[in-house]
Design a protein around this ligand. Sequence first.
Ligand SMILES: Cc1ncc(COP(=O)(O)O)c(C=O)c1O
Length: 387
Amino acid sequence: MQKKWNTQLIHSDVKIPEGFRSLNTPVYRASTVLFPNAVAVSDEWDQYEFGYTYGLYGTPTVLELAARICELERGYRTLITPGGQSAISLVNLALLKAGDHILVPHSIYGPNRLFAGRMLKHFGVDVTFYDPNLGSRIDALFQPTTRLIWTESPGSVTMEVQDLPAICKAAHGAGAIVVLDNTWSAGVLLDAFAHGVDITMQALTKYVGGHSDLLLGSVTALEKKVFDRLGAAQQLLGFAASPDDASLALRGLKTMAVRLKTIEASALELARWLASRPEIELVLHPALESCPGHEFWKRDFSGSAGVFSIVFRRDFSKEKVLGFVDALELFEIGYSWAGVTSLAVAYDLQRTKTRPDYGHRIVRLNIGLEDLEDLRADLLRALENMR
Ligand SMILES: Cc1ncc(COP(=O)(O)O)c(C=O)c1O
């Protein structure tokens, strides 16, 4: 038909050459997805089963990332969420109802603990926090209504490695499912499903993104019936992930192996060296015997990441510890981790029954891709500055 120019702006007849092939998955941005005819219209979220229906459920860029994460973690299928925290809330909101009981380790990522303690309790879910070192003794905490056990291995900041097979065995015996925050392993250093876990989630924000410039999360299920419940909830919650961020994460995956290798070697070297320093009481790196649950890391993991914590001697005041962090020049101060820049953050842990009493003396380090000897020199100068 004949079109005026302002219609042509929207409905053009131009043709460009076909057959272009790039090494990279294109960034498909879309809310509207076109259907071939009126009868084909549907609002099904499961685009694997029904074909593409709506941008909220993922454009090909987002689905490519989901499939890649699923391939690495060896699950049934993966959902991509706008960040790691929304992956956590998706799992909780999809699988729990008022009257259910869940178990959450004291060592879990702070906002995960807060989601359970505030939001889930508000919705009538009963929450028990547990010592991450319990292993099979976790069964003493089960109630007839226990539906879900959160795990994170190693835990955030205090780095306890959990006995996942023992926890999973106990949970399955009681009819509960186990969810693992698998962010530290980047989904590749621990084969979570082979160790009994039912669902994994990751903050792709960390090693998959790898450059501190995006926020994304993933939830991977081992079984179709669990995936279906998660997908249906994602539709209702409206947790759409950005295709632009998914594209950056796909790029991040391509270099993740070399980043992890260098980061692992530098972190191990620095952790061992820090353990020999007189200022430091304890190094909490899963590959060192001094880390609670080191034996489980040795048994279950195929490598280590670049995040670990150091605990200063008891005689160092809070001011001295904060002074150490401020004296660092290459280590920047900031949340999130797993990027190429080394980071240091001091924590002041509340005394809870099963949280170790490290008080104000604990500092978490993220090792990046700077030269190892420059990082060592930076740490040495800051340690000497504490005297
Ligand atoms: C272990 C862990 N899980 C989940 C998250 C949440 O990820 P996001 O910041 O993408 O929401 C973080 C972020 O710091 C984390 O460290």
